[in-house]
Write a protein that binds this ligand. Sequence first.
Ligand code: ACO
Length: 516
Amino acid sequence: MTATGGSAAGPRTVGEIMSHPPVTATPDEPVAVAAERMRTQGVGSVVVVNGERVVGILTERDLVRLAASEPAAASIAEWMTPDPDSVAPDVAVTEAFASLAEHGYRHIPVVDDGRVVGVVSMRDLMRIAQIQPADHLAHDVPRGLEGVVVAETTIGDVRGLEGFYHYRQYNAIDLAETRSLDDVWHLLSEGELPDRAQRERFDAEIRPLREIPPSVKAVLPELALAGEGARPLDMLRTTVSLVGATEGFGPSLDLDAAELRAQALRICAVVPTLLCALYRLQRGEPVVDPHPELGFAANYLYMMTGEVPRPEHARGVEQYMIATIDHGFNASTFTARVITSTGADLAAAVVGAICALSGPLHGGAPSRALDMIEDIGSTDRADSWLRDAVQRGQRLMGFGHRVYKTDDPRNVMLRSVAERLDAPMVDLAKYVEQRAVEILAELKPDRKLYANVELYASIVLNACGVPREMFTPTFTTSRVIGWTAHIREQAADNRLIRPSAQYVGPPPPQPVPPVE
Ligand code: ACO
């Protein structure tokens, strides 16, 4: 086996750094033969071929699995990963390793024109790493921590290159298509989807928790008045803090898992009630108490408007809510985990997460996306509006994503929800989406910019009667379920999150100048 070294300017493509020729085997060969071949050739995998076609990959991990079982008459076909993903030799190294890291693969066959020409592996990455000075590596943390793995989680994950994300072991979009929000809440909170009896028990537990504690309810009118003109989300920060204080939430460090679970359910159940109460009080309207018969989204719309919503509107909002419960280590989730890692109380972590979510680069974008669609107004104005905005260096709200470099699956689902609802401006939004993606590809050719969840979220929420100032608050009602699952996971296996920064100011120590 030989590995091609990189050029003087550093390796650029998979073809330059892959191991080749690849070590291969056929599916009918015994695993022992493949293992021996790996050992003698010093590689961690064999590519399984049928003629020239790749049909599988057998790796060291598969051998470990095999060793842990009854190794009877094992053939390669039984233990290999069939139809593995492959990569072309001209793909950039960074892209190949993003894919390795994202999928947890250690090896990918390199296939050129249907023929296997090599294998690229984490070992090859290590080979590149060894030629970098150690101090460079120590400081080479990407800006914005992009791609940095900071924890292990069983809650869910996002695969940005594939346009896929999941809650526990289920595709999140499948859950949004088929389940109620309470079922998915149960999945995140309890670790599994409920059966009928579990659903009834969970329902009976959470519905009373929607009520605002009396001492908080008593001060809400004063608070709403004091915060006149404030956004409902800003007021929510204060009231979540108050609920935590009045209900005696102690430091998570001192609590057992059952106490933290109870607090998590309490906060998730009461956040929609608080938001709607604040929204109505600020408009001089009386608070509408939770409706015990209505599901999560229908009750939310009811508390906001005072009317039982049309079922299709409740379902549209519910699907949006399910799709936004969790999404990897986004800024607000990370904030919640950092705060929890200090042992602080659950309400403190949720308040911090609300603050992070409120920013326009995170959860604050949907109302701006709707403003943009409205401002564009008609298809004939779209091109010049979009081109002008991008050329002036503006960010198009509802476009771009840190992780997705393809269609955001939430956006795809919400587009179809918007179509189903025959939502106002849906045709214009579709045209703007198509032209914006084309114009961004033309003006920023080295970026992969697509519409994100916020674009059709704004169209769907608007169609379901949610006012613009309640868009980001509505996002909060579902994301708090994800935050609290992460808070509980962090608390259950905690270590203080305390990274480092690279100091780049004037060299210390310098003499302190005398006082003038
Ligand atoms: N419009 C125009 N250009 C964009 C956009 C956009 N929406 N998004 C990214 N770019 C450009 C940037 O200008 C940058 O180009 P440059 O290097 O030539 O300046 C390049 O693409 C990469 O941008 P980054 O800032 O590195 O991307 P990052 O991963 O940090 O940002 C973010 C992701 C914040 C979502 C960004 O795409 C953005 O600002 N989008 C608009 C706001 C938005 O829609 N937010 C909602 C996000 S979804 C959510 O949080 C639920």
